[in-house]
Design a protein around this ligand. Structure first.
Ligand code: GLU
Length: 304
């Protein structure tokens, strides 16, 4: 069966589930997205593109941005980052404060919020225009110069993100932030607010499927080994506290966000992005997870 036909079958199979998830409302600006949105795209390393549904509509990428901040931090900081952030699944909610106290301010991994705040701090310490640089990297990777922050979403989280604020100050108390916590939070809320479509996210993450080669320029932006590190972290920590069940069902390194997007990569072959805003209890897109599970089942393609 062709890849396009498989995506069409997935679209039809998940349609009855579209209203079952819960749209994230703790960031008020996200709550207004229509629950019936569904898009899915596959971009192969040799330039083929397949898509169904709302794959061209932009949505709030939220924690998927942590893939790009981690990429930049690893480019800038190399292995020094790992003195400040771990590489283990957290076994706790993505925004938990408890573990941070027990573990003396060293976040378990770069994808939980505490770890992502430290990664953002690293970038800020290296670059004068860190957040614009990050946006420009994402634009260059996807070949889409209009990608931008959704300032209404950033402001909405700035106004309500009290837990993230507590976390940043908590990290500072352990000397695990070098910059002013307010500056780190502002950068963090901005990168989480990036608005991108499934197609754009597929392009921007294709280097992870192509051993570090960026799709538009053909440049090596990371070593093959660094790509291995990021993909491994996606598999072990990329989908919240459901990461084991997600890996069992989907079998691809993946990163999700509370905007309902999930990016996954198949090394050597393709990147795939699915978006459906309703979330399951763990914070992953309910339909997105199901769609990826059906995708790897029907294609027979997973890293295993
Ligand atoms: N900006 C969101 C937060 O910090 C990102 C959460 C997510 O997508 O996992 O709560």
């Amino acid at each position: 069966m062709s890849m396009q036909r498989i995506l069409e079958e997935i679209r039809d199979e998940v349609r009855p589930l579209l209203h079952q998830g819960t749209i994230a409302s703790y960031i008020p600006e996200l709550a207004s997205v229509p629950p019936e949105r569904f898009g899915m795209a596959v971009h192969t390393v040799d330039g083929k593109v397949f898509a169904v549904g709302d794959a061209g509509l932009r949505f709030s990428i939220q924690s998927i941005s942590k893939l790009f901040t981690l990429t930049l931090a690893m480019q800038l900081d190399g292995d020094d980052l790992w003195a400040r952030v771990g590489r283990e699944p957290s076994g706790n909610a993505f925004n938990s404060l408890v573990q941070l106290e027990y573990e003396n301010g060293k976040p378990r991994n770069p994808f939980i919020n505490a770890g992502a705040l430290v990664v953002t701090d690293v970038i800020l310490s290296h670059l004068d225009n860190a957040i614009e640089t990050l946006r420009d990297i994402v634009r260059a990777l996807s070949g889409e110069p209009t990608i931008d922050f959704d300032l209404a979403v950033a402001r909405s989280e700035q106004a309500t993100g009290h837990r993230n604020k507590a976390m940043a100050y908590f990290l500072k108390s352990f000397q695990n932030l070098d910059n002013d916590p307010e500056k780190v939070l502002d950068a963090y809320f901005h990168h989480c607010s990036l608005a991108m479509s499934c197609h754009e996210l597929c392009q921007a993450s294709l280097f992870l499927a192509n051993y570090g080669v960026a799709p538009v320029s053909g440049d090596f932006i990371m070593t093959t080994n660094q790509v291995k590190y990021i993909n491994s972290l996606m598999l072990t920590s990329g989908t919240y506290d459901a990461v084991g069940d997600f890996a069992y069902r989907v079998g691809l390194p993946s990163k999700s966000g509370v905007g309902g997007g999930i990016v996954a990569v198949m090394p050597g072959q393709f990147s795939v992005c699915v978006w459906s805003p309703g979330l399951d209890a763990s914070g992953n897109s309910l339909v997105g997870t199901k769609a990826l599970e059906i995708f790897t089942t029907k294609t027979g393609i997973s890293i295993f």
